[in-house]
Design a protein around this ligand. Structure first.
Ligand code: NDP
Length: 331
């Protein structure tokens, strides 16, 4: 029987939930891949707000754990019997299993998506989770069509930047909300026809002036602070798409709140839209195609060494970042 040696790598580990300081940079052991698995040496790791939820305990997994749900890397070993993938392939992944804040990681081959050579790994690490989120929101959850009026909160963020660019290309009239003038400039560049600085004015009142009959859909990732105002912005039979809690989890909604306008409400997650391998590949390929054609200009506005993940978390949480943030493991 062959004895399989473990490899020592550096990774971030969380032993107790809390602020950015609970992200510890440590030596960890990576096993050899088993049947159906690959080992990947990460080149770039996407930082996502969901990593903050897990670190704080808004979403729960048992401790200790290594955070991270998005990365691009090179396959360094494959499990017995795998033929669909080989050592040296560049692959990307988003979602479960968690653990991308690591120099190397083990993945089920079923979640690894081949990255087209035309796409820079750092860009790819910014669009697996965020780009596929934009895809399912605009193309599956509520299908945006030319002439639709849409409202996107946090329009200068990682997902927000991609949502605005893509929705504009689909022919929608895009209204974005942001917290600062600087972010407003970026949101305009990304195709927002109207930008509201929701720290300075009541966004629901501002939307009412721009679209008196209401918008067809609100994409709300801010949650607690915006939820009620978002409902007020919708037209009759409009779609409230709640997909995040950056400001906190929204309060429970009585169904009767939806009745006066016969509204639709969904609390959506990407992972239910990429459950099968076919769904995953189709969604990823549409994102890659839109990057290749120039519809999506991916803004990788911040890069941090992986060892400094705590600083990256602090900056994301305090609304200092715009566009995508990536963590780079040391070579
Ligand atoms: P962002 O880069 O968008 O960062 C979050 C942004 O939210 C901030 O920049 C800020 O923009 C805004 N915000 C508003 N209120 C707060 C607050 N109180 N604290 C912090 N930020 C606040 O992050 P991501 O692109 O990684 O993710 C965007 C959202 O999409 C997150 O809520 C995330 O959970 C959600 N998401 C959901 C998915 C799903 O499948 N359901 C998948 C992927 C992401 P501003 O300063 O302009 O207000």
């Amino acid at each position: 029987l062959a004895i399989q040696a473990a490899t020592m790598v550096k990774a971030i580990k969380v032993y107790e939930l809390g602020g950015p300081e609970v992200l510890k940079w440590e030596d960890v052991e990576i096993e050899e891949p088993k049947e159906g698995e690959v080992r990947v040496k990460n080149k770039a790791i996407g930082l996502n707000f969901i990593d903050v939820y897990f670190r704080k305990g808004v979403y729960r997994v048992p401790t200790p754990f290594t955070p991270g749900m998005e990365a691009v890397g090179v396959v360094t070993a494959i499990g017995p019997g795998l033929t669909s993938i080989k050592v040296g392939d560049v692959v990307a992944y988003a979602g479960i299993p968690m653990g991308s804040y690591s120099e190397e990681q083990i993945l089920p081959a079923s979640v690894a998506v081949p990255v087209p050579p035309s796409i820079d790994p750092i860009v790819a690490a910014s669009i697996m989770l965020k780009g596929m989120t934009a895809q399912f929101l605009l193309r599956q959850c509520f299908k945006v069509e030319p002439g639709h009026k849409i409202l996107v909160h946090a329009a200068a963020g990682g997902v927000g930047s991609l949502l605005c660019q893509w929705a504009n290309a689909l022919g929608a009239m895009v209204i974005g909300t942001v917290s600062t003038e600087e972010k407003a400039v970026q949101a305009k560049e990304d195709g927002c026809h109207h930008v509201i600085i929701y720290k300075n004015e009541d966004f629901a009142e501002a939307v009412q002036k721009i679209a008196p009959e209401g918008v067809h859909v609100v994409y709300d990732s801010v949650g607690k602070d915006t939820f009620q105002g978002s409902l007020a912005c919708l037209k009759t039979r409009g779609y409230m798409v709640s997909f995040g809690n950056a400001s906190g989890v929204p309060n429970p909604v009585p169904l009767s709140d939806l009745a006066p306008k016969s509204l639709f409400l969904t609390r959506s997650s990407l992972f239910q839209y990429i459950e099968t391998r076919a769904e995953l590949l189709e969604t990823a390929e549409e994102v890659f195609a839109n990057v290749a054609s120039g519809v999506l200009r991916v803004r990788v506005n911040h890069k941090y060494p992986l060892a400094q993940a705590a600083q990256a978390h602090a900056d994301l949480e305090s609304r200092k970042t715009t566009g995508s943030v990536v963590l780079i493991p040391d070579d």
